[in-house]
Design a protein around this ligand. Structure first.
Ligand code: CP
Length: 306
């Protein structure tokens, strides 16, 4: 791979996606054998998270350490951001500290691209507002590919708060590029205008959309981005859009359930489904480390990895 930054699935070619996923498969095998690599020895990876995270931040840090890099975690709440420092000045400071990669999560769409334009370090988007979450989409693609093999002809249904979801936007792009058909499903209030332009079908009828699905991806209601009412009650939302064991009976026989996390049991997914044998949620977490190892290694070492 010959690029400085990974800012969104929209920027990546099919060949780059294939390269990341095939490298991630090698990394996943390494994880299963509890092997480490020293391919990033002497390099530093900084995580700069302006929003909360459990999975993404920890897996980027674990991925960097598995490859021999050192890591620096900037806790924005305890940083000079609280004294009014801008994103650009924070980035230039991290450059002066000679970090090699900045992994950034920010509530404002476009922040990673702004940062990438002013720093020498590679920048990876770990989620920007309602725009993109490329590493999540790549780990979702890896999980689906490892389960099904070729995704051509597979039917993916993404249900829930599509409007506020960067995962939905990245997943629609990624699964489309991998040959799957994608339907996004939500109440009208949670469907963003123009989402069909990304190459998906759009529906408000979950019982219809889920018929014959191979991959069901519920998304939580993104309450941190919601100001006002988008549906009447939690109970009603769950009744029409919750992923339940009964509803999954409408899927293809070989269906799986994926969820980016964090999950809200009883809202977009029942505990029974989340913990059931068709749930790939924890497999996704492990694959997240493998994908992020691949992204870091390919960005820093190009084609000369492992
Ligand atoms: N899926 C995801 O981005 O999870 P975190 O918010 O815990 O990083």
């Amino acid at each position: 791979m010959k690029r400085k930054d990974i800012l969104g699935i929209a920027d990546l070619t099919r060949a780059e996606i294939n390269e990341i996923l095939s490298t991630a498969n090698v990394m996943r095998d390494m994880l299963d054998r509890s092997e480490k690599s020293s391919s990033l020895r002497g390099k530093n990876v900084t995580t700069l998270f302006y929003e909360n995270s459990t999975r993404t931040r920890n897996s980027f840090e674990t991925a960097a350490k598995n490859l021999g890099a050192s890591t620096t975690g900037i806790s924005v709440a305890a940083s000079s951001v609280q004294k009014g420092e801008s994103l650009v000045d924070t980035g230039k400071t991290l450059d002066a500290l000679k970090t090699d990669v900045i992994v950034i999560r920010h509530s404002v769409a476009g922040s990673p691209r702004l940062l990438a334009g002013v720093v020498k370090a590679s920048v990876i988007n770990a989620g920007d507002g309602m725009n993109e979450h490329p590493s999540q989409a790549l780990l979702d693609g890896l999980t689906a590919q490892r389960h099904f093999g070729n995704l051509s002809g597979k039917k993916v249904v993404i249900v829930g708060d599509i409007k506020h979801s960067r995962v939905a936007r990245s997943d629609v792009r990624l699964f489309g590029m991998l040959g799957a058909s994608v339907t996004v499903c939500a109440p009208y209030s949670l469907l963003p205008c123009g989402i069909d332009g990304l190459g998906c079908d759009v529906s408000t009828d979950f019982d219809k959309s889920i018929r014959g699905a191979n991959i069901v991806i519920p998304l939580r209601v993104q309450r941190e981005r919601i100001f006002g009412a988008y549906f009447s009650t939690q109970e009603e939302y769950h009744e029409y859009y919750g992923v339940t064991q009964k509803r999954l009976g409408l899927c293809a026989d070989d269906y799986i359930v994926m969820h980016p996390g964090p999950i809200n049991r009883g809202s977009e997914i029942t505990g029974e489904v989340a913990d059931g044998d068709k749930s790939m949620i924890l497999e996704q977490v492990t694959n997240g480390v493998a994908v992020r190892m691949a992204m870091l290694d390919l960005l820093i070492n190009g084609d000369n990895i492992l």
